[in-house]
Ligand binder design. Structure first.
Ligand SMILES: [Zn+2]
Ligand SMILES: [Zn+2]
Length: 151
């Protein structure tokens, strides 16, 4: 049996597809790993909230894991009554791009100094900036591969 959807809405049992928008309850006990609840729309979350009678709760927008890329249109109207964190800047992850242990080892060997943890995001941002430049350079050369000479 092959499933063509990710999960079902906890309220109306409508199927929530892969890589599509859904909503979770901002109350942390409602998003337990064991039995997570998810909603196809804010109005389904409203019914959930009516049953559980949360205080200061909201519906947080999430995106289900992707199986195949597809563009979803017409975003659902979202009630902005909560402090929901939505990253509208796209879904490019702001991960740490450096090998922390190796970087620390380098600085320590070179200088005997320690390295503060907040160095990693800053260095990662520098790497991202350089990568963005290299991507543009590769694009200009009509390549689909970023190469050493792009830096
Ligand atoms: Zn629903
Ligand atoms: Zn809840």
């Amino acid at each position: 049996m092959s499933e063509n959807f990710w999960r079902k809405c906890s309220v109306c049992k409508k199927e929530i597809g892969f890589d599509s928008k859904y909503y979770v309850c901002s109350v942390s006990s409602c998003s337990k790993k064991r039995a997570p609840v998810q909603f196809c729309s804010v109005s389904c979350w409203d019914s959930h909230n009516a049953v559980l009678n949360h205080k200061n709760a909201g519906a947080d927008e999430e995106r289900s894991p992707k199986r195949r890329r597809m563009v979803t249109s017409s975003p659902q109207p979202q009630s902005q009554n909560s402090q929901s964190i939505s990253n509208s800047s796209g879904d490019i992850p702001k991960d740490i791009l450096v090998v922390v242990s190796k970087l620390k080892a380098y600085i320590n060997t070179k200088s005997g100094m320690n390295t503060s943890a907040d160095v990693m995001p800053v260095l990662s941002d520098i790497i991202r900036v350089e990568c963005d430049k290299a991507i543009e350079s590769a694009k200009r050369s009509g390549r689909k591969t970023v190469m050493a000479r792009d830096f």
